[in-house]
Design a protein around this ligand. Sequence first.
Ligand code: HEC
Length: 111
Amino acid sequence: MKLRFWHWLVLAVCVTVSVGLSYRNLRVAQGEHAFARLGCPACHLAGGAPSLAHVGSKYDRAALAEFIGNPETVYACRGHRSLNVGYLPMPRLAASGRDVVALSFYLSAQR
Ligand code: HEC
């Protein structure tokens, strides 16, 4: 069978989609590890902070990354008000740039 242009096109789309999905799955898994390693559950699973069970449908990935990487900036833009009524502001955490990206993928998947 002779491969035509559209065969290559379909193949290219499939490869692109599967590479994209594996990248996302890898980041979600890294984010899950970072979540435990950085001690996020200490507040978020203990009741001192809001549940993150559906946080992926509340904020987009960019907003999550911005907040985790630099909560003070987000609070400064909001006149130092907390995001959630009844909670103290979240302190800045020792998350590297790489952790922030992975955490944003992991939390985005919590819908
Ligand atoms: C010292 C306690 C503490 C730790 C540790 C902590 N958080 Fe938080 N987090 C909070 C509090 C308190 C809030 C609520 C802040 C607000 O409403 O402004 C919050 C809010 C959030 C929100 C927004 C939730 C919403 O529904 O608006 C996200 C996302 C988040 N934290 C992610 C993380 C991640 C990721 C980590 C680990 C890297 C982490 N937090 C570690 C205390 C903590």
